[in-house]
Design a binder for this molecule. Structure first.
Ligand code: NAP
Length: 303
């Protein structure tokens, strides 16, 4: 079985920052990624809040991290981890293609898109229902679409879509937004964006593809249908932590319980969006990566 000092699960901003710090601390590092390196940031059109970087595309940011981590000698295994179990002196990590033993483990699996959980969503996903405006927006050039949500992602999506669609509705279940006020103002000023507030999507309509949504007014309970060519769901994320059940403690929403020291259990460290914390940003994911990596390196050197 292949052996390493530190195994990192997840190659987003937190995981790759952890790899950079652990390599620089002289450790052998394997990082697992089932999809593609970069995590959520790969599909973010523009990052403009990472200190000192100015404006940079999410893809360039992710590739910068990937190049830095691999040039330092991080080994990347492009395979989904199936099972992690505690073993004598470390952990066994089973993936589709083999098994790795590591002395310490860093969990940096981030979060995946939350669903609306309404009728028609499963059937119409990929047929007019999307969770990524940057990936799928171009299919709706000149069309009428809606973005559902009131956070930063929803507002970024609305801005991207407004640049190519004829009309964009922003549907949100209340009047206040989680998104930064600057983003809200920018989108409010776009001529082809219309806000529909205090409205809940209760059904996605369509046969072979989306034809619209049924909305329910959260104040009056009144229902009405809205015709659309596409629906972009941006209602937040849920953490990808199910495979760590039993190894670490999780809160009700599934986030792994750990403080700013990123310690989740003996030999297990957790970094980024999958950890309990208040602020989930690129800069806090990178910071967690460094904290987790240095703690894991110290843990490995302690024997
Ligand atoms: P978020 O901030 O959690 O916002 C989710 C939004 O969806 C909220 O407005 C929420 O409404 C709404 N929502 C949740 N469940 C819903 C449901 N079942 N039906 C209808 N609406 C629902 O998620 P996010 O926008 O994806 O952002 C995630 C994190 O990444 C945040 O910390 C965000 O700041 C960060 N982020 C940062 C940037 C950036 O800085 N450039 C870009 C994107 C994301 P309520 O408000 O009513 O709960």
């Amino acid at each position: 079985m292949q052996k390493t000092d530190i195994a990192i699960i997840g190659a987003g901003t937190a995981g790759m920052s952890a790899a950079i710090y652990a390599k620089r601390a002289g450790k052998n590092v394997i990082i697992f990624e089932g999809y593609m390196p970069g995590g959520q940031i790969v599909v973010t059109p523009e990052v403009d809040n990472y200190p000192a970087l100015g404006k940079v595309s999410g893809y360039d940011f992710a590739m910068g991290l990937y190049n830095q981590a691999t040039e330092l000698g991080t080994e990347m295994i492009s395979s989904e981890v199936i099972k992690v179990s505690r073993a004598e002196g470390g952990f066994n990590i089973e993936y589709d293609g083999g098994e790795v033993f590591s002395k310490a483990l860093i969990i940096a699996t981030g979060a995946k898109n939350r669903k609306l959980d309404v009728d028609g969503e499963e059937k119409l996903t990929g047929y007019g229902v999307s969770y990524c405006a940057t990936c799928d927006g171009a299919f709706y050039r000149g069309k009428t679409v809606a973005v559902v949500g009131g956070g930063n992602t929803a507002f970024e999506d609305a801005e991207v879509l407004a640049s190519m669609c004829a009309k964009v509705y922003l549907i949100h279940r209340r009047e206040g937004f989680r998104a930064e006020p600057e983003k809200v103002t920018k989108v409010k000023n776009l001529p082809n964006v219309e806000f529909i507030l205090n409205a809940k999507v209760v059904a996605l309509l369509g046969g072979d593809k989306v034809s619209g949504v049924t909305l329910e007014d959260t104040l009056t309970g009144e229902k009405k249908d809205l015709s659309l060519d596409g629906v972009f769901v941006a209602v937040g994320q849920t953490p990808s932590t199910d495979i760590f059940e039993g190894l670490v403690k999780r809160d009700k929403a599934g986030y792994i319980i750990a403080g700013e020291d990123c310690i989740a259990a003996d030999g297990v460290f957790v970094a980024g969006d999958c950890r309990t914390k208040k602020v989930r940003q690129l800069v806090t994911a990178a910071a967690d990566g460094s904290v987790a990596a240095l703690a894991a390196s110290e843990y490995c050197s302690a024997d």
